[in-house]
Design a protein around this ligand. Structure first.
Ligand SMILES: Nc1ncnc2c1ncn2[C@@H]1O[C@H](COP(=O)(O)OP(=O)(O)OP(=O)(O)O)[C@@H](O)[C@H]1O
Ligand SMILES: [Mg+2]
Length: 235
């Protein structure tokens, strides 16, 4: 869990940014429940798993019950991020070899559970589009307040489109300087074509200029100074 800044440095501006996204999600679609959220991108490596892990921690810190489900059955990676085993996972449940309670992992974060991908199947798209998968995901709603599904990039395979039809909303990650506008547009068209409810886009890996950093640092120094003074007064 070394890479998850919301755990390692909850007071950092980046963790604060994740809390901002959390608030936006909580207030998006007020009339419709947003419980199952798919995260995808146009290409590989734009930061889907990183964003999911941090958002999930952020929600779990609000005492919400949260599950991260690895929906990238071709290239599962959630287990690496949380340092758990991937011997059994989603594929075992879909094949009927395991039950959910014996497959899901608890994490060091209270209220945050992880379901890894499991063995890589020969037919990921068919597994994801099966009725068993739909019923399984629906059954999880009973136990969790939020379910984040880590999907493969939408630009490469159809899996993310299939997964997004199982979810209430979808977050699109764009790696700064990693996706050109045409690829991003194509990915959005693919999400639109399956009727995905795109909740928003996260611009990830944005290099801040010196001035922006200064503003953030300044802001946070002011915050911590104010809270230190408050603590002193309370003594
Ligand atoms: N905001 C960020 N700043 C710097 N590095 C980042 C950021 N977000 C992610 N990374 C790094 O980019 C790499 C890819 O991130 P990650 O694995 O989260 O992407 P992904 O979209 O899940 O990849 P894949 O498509 O392979 O599943 C990792 O090394 C991660 O640490
Ligand atoms: Mg990933």
């Amino acid at each position: 869990m070394k890479k998850i800044i919301s755990i390692n440095n909850p007071k950092s501006p980046i963790s604060e940014a994740y809390r901002g996204i959390r608030t936006s999600l909580q207030f998006s679609n007020l009339d419709k429940k947003i419980k199952i959220i798919t995260v995808t991108s146009a290409r590989q490596g734009e930061g889907k798993s990183t964003v999911i892990a941090n958002l999930a921690v952020s929600f779990a810190n609000l005492d919400k019950k949260v599950l991260i489900l690895d929906g990238d059955l071709r290239n599962p990676s959630v287990h690496k991020m949380f340092g758990v085993s991937n011997i059994h996972g989603v594929t075992d449940i879909l094949l009927g070899n395991k039950e959910f309670p014996e497959t899901v992992h608890c994490t060091d974060i209270k209220n945050l559970h992880v379901l890894t991908g499991g063995a890589i199947p020969p037919n990921p798209s068919e597994m994801l589009s099966s009725k068993k998968m739909k019923d399984f995901v629906e059954s999880l709603e009973e136990y969790y307040d939020y379910i984040f599904i880590d999907a493969p990039p939408i630009g490469i395979v159809t899996d993310a489109g299939i997964i997004s039809t199982l979810s209430d909303g979808c977050i699109f990650i764009v790696g700064s300087n990693e996706t050109d506008i045409e690829h991003a547009k194509l990915a959005k068209e693919k999400l639109d074509s399956v009727g995905a409810n795109i909740l928003g886009t996260i611009l990830n890996k944005l290099e801040l200029t010196g001035t922006d950093n200064y503003y953030y640092n300044y802001y946070y120094q002011e915050q911590s100074r104010a809270s230190r003074n408050k603590k002193r007064k309370n003594k």
